[in-house]
Design a protein around this ligand. Structure first.
Ligand code: SAH
Ligand code: SF4
Length: 393
């Protein structure tokens, strides 16, 4: 007998989905809007995980909801906490049917004194095959749903005591204080290409930034793309979030190899899309990610070419030490090489683009997490560490 609980969860649902769920349990049309608002408040503002906790909704309606739905989050398969407070969760998404084991993805949290950044995934796997990326070598699985993207944030907020009345971990490694939120920033830098899951990501951003719910600021959400040029303007227009671009090379022949999508949308087109990115300004700079690959893209000439390429753009640069994986065809640049590269970038007006990686201790344990869909991507942490590097003011 199948004992799987296949009741759909409403944690992660959009307003439209909540309205539909209410209609399905027989709530009359005239009440739907009001009831949707109530559910929204309890799910996203209060973070409850049981319908019975919704005190201003009558019991019969709560019972009907509970018969059909749950408020379950993605299941935590493994959790690791670094000595510096970096946390990593391996999450299993609820199965979609009796034969579905449930996709596994991971999610990384980096705390700082006054903020915390959560790195979320947008897909299980990725179709784009960047040659330095472990996800890229594993082939395609599927897009995550809006609920599965939002669910990652809800798990993190649950675990960090970031919902009202929640209990923060007692290790003192989660930022706290008046007006400080444990999860204040989100970066779409986990698995997958967010702009290949545009609708899923856009709807998730809508849920995350709704002022009556999770209330995250759009300016504190960064979407990283490998350069899906035709979707970039839409991202700015429809989501209004910050943009990060995985550049990694300053000329087409090399970028064609590292990021094969470059053959479709070469550097000149990508740069034009960046110049046109809606809302980019000196106060809202575009982040350019540049992974440091030994002997491949790390020469002083390339640092100068990078500066030249970005001239006139409101940019910040994140130099990411390459994170090797078993069988990876590259090595990370030597520290001196990274320093020399960063100095050239610094002298051009971009401040401190490299910092020491965080969460090294749990990084080391990465390969120990058992996941049959994806090994933990420790490099997300390295990347996140860089995500606050600032450009010239
Ligand atoms: N697909 C999107 C977002 C996810 S990848 C993108 O490519 O932008 C997030 C970042 O991690 C990208 O800049 C990617 O190039 C970088 N990355 C991937 N594998 C890496 C590795 N092994 N070491 C360091 N950075 C890596
Ligand atoms: Fe996909 Fe980004 Fe990895 Fe490239 S770097 S394969 S786009 S996840």
């Amino acid at each position: 007998m199948n004992v799987l609980n296949l009741q759909p969860s409403l944690a992660g649902a959009t307003r439209a989905e909540l309205s539909l769920a209410l209609a399905e349990v027989g709530v009359p049309a005239r009440e739907i809007r009001m009831r949707t608002g109530q559910l929204w408040h309890w799910i996203y503002h209060r973070g409850v995980s049981e319908f019975s906790a919704m005190r201003n909704i009558a019991r019969p309606l709560l019972d009907k909801l509970a018969e059909r739905y749950t408020l379950a989050r993605p299941e935590i398969v493994a959790e690791q906490v670094s000595a510096d407070g970096t946390r990593k969760w391996l999450l299993r998404m609820p199965p979609k049917g009796p034969l579905d084991k449930g996709a596994e993805i991971e999610c990384v949290y980096i705390p700082e004194s006054d903020r915390g950044t959560l790195c979320v995934s947008s897909q299980v796997g990725c179709t784009l095959n960047c040659t330095f990326c472990h996800t890229g070598t594993q082939g395609w699985a599927r897009n995550l749903t809006t609920a599965e993207i939002v669910g990652q944030v809800m798990v993190a907020r649950d675990r960090l005591g970031d919902f009202p009345g929640g209990v923060a971990p007692t290790d003192g490694l989660v930022p706290s204080g008046e007006g400080v939120r444990a999860v204040s920033n989100i970066v779409f830098m986990g698995q997958g290409e967010p702009l290949y899951n545009f609708e899923g990501v856009r709807e998730a951003i809508g849920v995350l930034t709704d002022g009556e719910g999770l209330s995250l600021s759009k300016r504190r959400i960064t979407v990283s793309t490998s350069g899906v040029v035709p979707e970039m303007a839409r991202l700015g227009d429809e989501c209004g979030t910050m943009l990060a671009v995985s550049l990694h090379a300053t000329h087409d022949p090399l970028r064609d190899k590292l990021v094969p999508l470059n053959r479709k949308y070469p550097i000149a087109q990508l740069m034009q899309a960046c110049r046109d990115y809606p809302g980019a300004s000196n106060a809202r700079r575009i982040t350019f990610e540049y992974v440091m690959l030994k002997g491949i893209n790390d020469s002083p000439a390339e640092a100068r070419a990078l500066v030249k390429l970005l001239k006139g753009l409101p940019a910040k640069i994140n130099l990411i030490p390459f994170n090797p994986w078993p069988g990876s065809p590259y090595e990370c640049s030597d520290w001196e090489t990274i320093e020399r590269f960063s100095e050239i970038v610094f002298n051009a007006g971009y401040a401190s683009p490299v910092r020491t990686p965080r969460g090294r201790d749990i990084l080391a344990a990465c390969g120990q997490l058992k996941s049959d869909t994806q090994r933990v991507r420790a490099r997300a942490r390295l990347l996140l560490e860089e995500s606050h590097a600032v450009g010239p003011e």
